[in-house]
Design a protein around this ligand. Sequence first.
Ligand SMILES: Cc1cc2nc3c(=O)[nH]c(=O)nc-3n(C[C@H](O)[C@H](O)[C@H](O)COP(=O)(O)OP(=O)(O)OC[C@H]3O[C@@H](n4cnc5c(N)ncnc54)[C@H](O)[C@@H]3O)c2cc1C
Length: 505
Amino acid sequence: MALRKVLIVGGGSAGWITAAYMDAVLNGSTKKIIDITVLESPDIGRIGVGEATVPSVRDTMRTIGVPEQDFMRAADATFKQAIKFVNWLDGNDAYYHPFDRRPAGRLDRAGLRWLSSDRSTPFAATVSPQPWMCEDGLGPKLMDSPDYEAPVSYAYHMDAERTADFLCDLATKRGVKHVQDLMTEAEMHEDGRIAAVKTQAGKRLEADLFIDCTGFRALLIEGALGVPHVDYSQWLLCDRAVAMRVPFETYYPGTRKPYTLSTAVSNGWIWDIGLANRRGVGYVYSSDFIDDDTAEAELRAYEGAHADEVQARRLKFKVGRREQFWAKNCVSIGLASGFIEPLESTGLFLVELAAATICEYFPMTNNMAGLADKFNLVMQRRYEETLDFIVLHYCLTRRNDTDFWREVQKSDRITDSLKSWLEIYQYKSPSHSDFTDSLQLFSHHTYEYVMYGMDFQRDKIAGRRMPPTAIPKEIEDAVLKSRGAFPSHDAWLEAKFGTQYERAS
Ligand SMILES: Cc1cc2nc3c(=O)[nH]c(=O)nc-3n(C[C@H](O)[C@H](O)[C@H](O)COP(=O)(O)OP(=O)(O)OC[C@H]3O[C@@H](n4cnc5c(N)ncnc54)[C@H](O)[C@@H]3O)c2cc1C
């Protein structure tokens, strides 16, 4: 059978993850069945953000076939064990959403037990050692843990540009073609499929399947095929970000945090991510409530006086998704397919999922409509699931210090599906059977971390004398063991890759 030609337009994280993944899965272990070309403009930059990930990225990198430390070194990566949310509830609070949760069997009563206690210990600290490990500055891995494995679950913080460069280098060495040129137009077949892409240098690139990874430009899926964008701005108000890269020579805060810090501020939230040789900070905000200059000033104030030396980059975005992710012979992946604000690091997860799913549904014929329908269903559900989960973080707030925080709590800012679950959760805790889709990223564990982190149903125990929250012995033992056994996050990174100063030079 002739090789199927795949043209990926766009060489950001989405383009290169997709190229490397498809090559590894579809060409790696069997006879080569696809011929992949990545067309990337040397003049249009990548978005350059997208530094926090979720644990699925370990499987993705393992499948691509990369030794873990090679990837971490190239991407200036550090470990992520959790997200620490600060000031989301009332402006004077903090809670963890860790990756690890001690298994409790099918009838998980941990939530109910916590709800009927005085809540003197945060919920997450009663079901996972990871909040404790994060506060202790420990990494998730032992010095001799095998690649991509550790006693607790983890993901990475990684430099988005360097990750894309690393995967470009790896994929091209394995045979993926790289054309550095600007796409100028798409040539169409009479039946509405894309026939070829033309470039500034006069090339005409034909393919059987086109993958649109052109970021927010969405040149193929929207530009050539006219697939509409489904707008989520009714539920998610943020539409801007301002981001800074703070080098360690400018400011080194002591240790690299083994978690993402997300701090709610006047009109949105600030991410704070420690990489091996710099920090990435950024303010995600709503332009209806704060102007760009004031938002940048607020980010600089968060960072401190040294931030005056650092340049800030401003970004605009639309929240939502494609009505169809795969239309005719074009699949959109990454920002071209949609975007939901990065509060739970779902952007790269959705890229990984799309890359894996396209391998499963890879079209060996030009009759693709049936495969496209299935693919679209998988991706649509993931977007809707992500939307609900992100809205959950906002709608439970009790902040009323600005119009923004008062607005996000209003009923018409909550999706109908989330509303119906929150109604049910007045009477029962989240449990296994509420999450029946095997591809779901979020589970009753993640819902409980956020709901109880945000003190859900606090009014039910107000004024009542409740027993103190008990920390199960299993968690106490795991915390004690971690203190003796796990190297600090910095110690692990420095033992493998050198000090932050060596890395920065
Ligand atoms: C503020 C912000 C913060 C984020 N934080 C996170 C996070 O912490 N974690 C996470 O998982 N995700 C995050 N994301 C999402 C993440 O950045 C993206 O999902 C990911 O980087 C994929 O981007 P992309 O490759 O689709 O687009 P881009 O990086 O924009 O790449 C687009 C590519 O298309 C090419 N291109 C464009 N036009 C042409 C043309 N005419 N011809 C040829 N090539 C062209 C460009 O050269 C570029 O290579 C964040 C996004 C934003 C906006």
